[in-house]
Ligand binder design. Structure first.
Ligand code: S3P
Length: 450
């Protein structure tokens, strides 16, 4: 058991200033390690996120027979086993807090004739796994889990996996990716259909490693086809800075008067940038400079300056491109003038916590009323700073913790969280980075300020 870390953030006078780099993209980091393990030859990774979630994936790839070595900060090398070459792990694979690691590894194991058991922390053990194990069972793999298919879960992979043809019923890049990973080991063509486009890092990286992937787009709908049993070849991966992490210092800069913050080298894959479009619709001064392509992904430097925000109506179709950003967007809406409505947030209920309920509670603890209407979140405000003064329960959810601490930097009174320890899953040294921008101790352990 890790020690919990009650933490508090308070208003800071001169605002947030500076240029910073945030850690590497979590989605790309997991995939770089997994595809490296499935490739022949070596994969050199730069900018890997060294957060706990990704370190779990690194450990799992080692347990499955790949050689995974840390060469320096963010610099990792993987010597892979080739598609179909993973070996049976000697022990249970513990995926910690990471849904992405657990679900993608189910896909990877489904196509290998080996036995493995997956588990995770109390948050991950509550999360639904049938969304991957149901489709993956059709390739011949067998999964046995707890009630609701939850972790711990055993997997007996298929010796001769069948290619899958699957229409993903919920917008989920994890489900799509799990099916495609199983398809790597199958003879023939795997086909995945999604009604709403979700992040396409798996498709992009499969191509980068030499697989044949065809994507047909029709509006928001996508059909992805993968030819099975390719020889994946190790390839260099440059991980962009995570837009989902950049969101926190950027929103803080928008909310704290006098601020101007630049975050460098942020991934701008269009299936990830819904938050930035939404903030601009709210009247945010948020600009991109130095646009370039690095390692096959568009990146740029993002600058945010304090702005008076107005309420916004975010369509459900945009949700997949900003699914992890709603808690911090809700914080922004708490400082905006007018009504904000975020539509189609059902998937938030099955994140690291029930993020819809946790976001409502975060706001309520700090004097901001919001309503859940069906799957929509509605926040109506008058543009004055949120009152603050609350203690937020983070429910083992890194993004709830960071969103609450961002709120405390701008609200009338400080905001505390019961535990900031889980921030390390995705954003190691978040507190140090934010304090650097604040030019002092704006975020601190709760005991020290009590
Ligand atoms: C992820 C997909 C999303 C996202 C998660 C990372 C990925 O989950 O919330 O943080 O890397 O594929 P869903 O696929 O469940 O929406």
């Amino acid at each position: 058991m890790r020690a919990s870390a009650p933490t508090i953030s308070g208003p800071n006078g001169p605002g947030l200033h500076g240029r910073v780099s945030v850690p590497g993209d979590k989605s790309v980091s997991h995939r770089a390690l997994m595809f490296g393990a499935l490739a022949v030859g070596t994969t050199d990774i730069t900018g890997l996120l060294e957060g706990e979630d990704v370190l779990r994936t690194a450990a799992a790839m080692r347990a499955l027979g790949a050689e995974v070595e840390r060469l320096g900060p963010g610099r990792w090398q993987v010597a892979g086993r080739g598609v179909g070459g993973l070996v049976e792990p000697a022990d249970v694979l513990d995926m910690g807090n990471s849904g992405t690691a657990a679900r993608l590894i189910c896909g990877l194991l489904a196509g290998h004739p080996i036995f493995a058991v997956l588990t995770g922390d109390a948050s991950l053990r509550k999360r639904p796994m049938r969304r991957v194990t149901d489709p993956l069972s059709a390739c011949g793999a067998r999964f046995t889990g707890r009630e609701g298919g939850r972790l711990p879960l055993s997997v007996e992979g298929a010796a001769d996996p069948l290619p899958l043809d699957y229409a993903v019923p919920v917008p989920s890049a994890q489900v799509k990716s799990a099916v495609l990973l199983a398809g790597l080991c199958a003879r023939g063509t795997t086909r995945v259909e999604e009604r709403e486009a979700t992040r396409d890092h798996t498709e992009n990286m499969l191509r980068h490693f030499g697989a044949a992937v065809r994507v047909e787009a029709d509006g928001n709908r996508r059909v992805i086809e993968l030819d099975g049993q390719p020889e994946l070849r190790g390839a260099p991966v440059v991980v962009p800075a995570d837009p989902s992490s950049a969101a926190f210092p950027l929103v803080a800069a928008l909310l704290v008067p006098g601020s101007r913050v630049t975050v460098e080298g942020v991934g701008l894959n269009p299936l990830r940038t819904g938050l930035f479009d939404t903030l601009r619709e709210m009247g945010a001064e948020l600009t991109v400079s130095n646009r370039r392509v690095e390692g096959g992904e568009p990146v740029g430097d993002l600058t945010a300056a304090f702005s008076e925000l107005r309420g916004v109506d975010v369509p459900a179709a945009r949700a997949p491109s900003m699914i992890d950003e709603y808690p911090v967007l809700a914080v922004a809406a708490a400082f905006a003038r007018g009504t904000s409505r975020f539509r189609g947030l059902g998937e938030l209920r099955v994140k690291e916590s029930d993020r819809l309920a946790a976001t409502v509670a975060l706001l309520a603890a700090n004097g901001v009323q919001s309503e859940v209407e069906g799957d929509d979140l509605v926040i109506a405000r008058d543009g004055s700073p949120a009152p603050g003064g609350g203690v937020v329960e983070t429910h083992m959810d890194h993004r709830i913790a960071m969103s609450a601490l961002v709120m405390g930097l701008a609200s009338a009174r400080p905001v505390a969280v019961d535990d900031s320890a889980f921030i390390d899953t995705s954003f190691p040294d978040f507190i140090g980075l934010m304090n650097g921008l604040a030019g002092g101790t704006a975020i601190a352990p709760l005991e020290e300020t009590a």
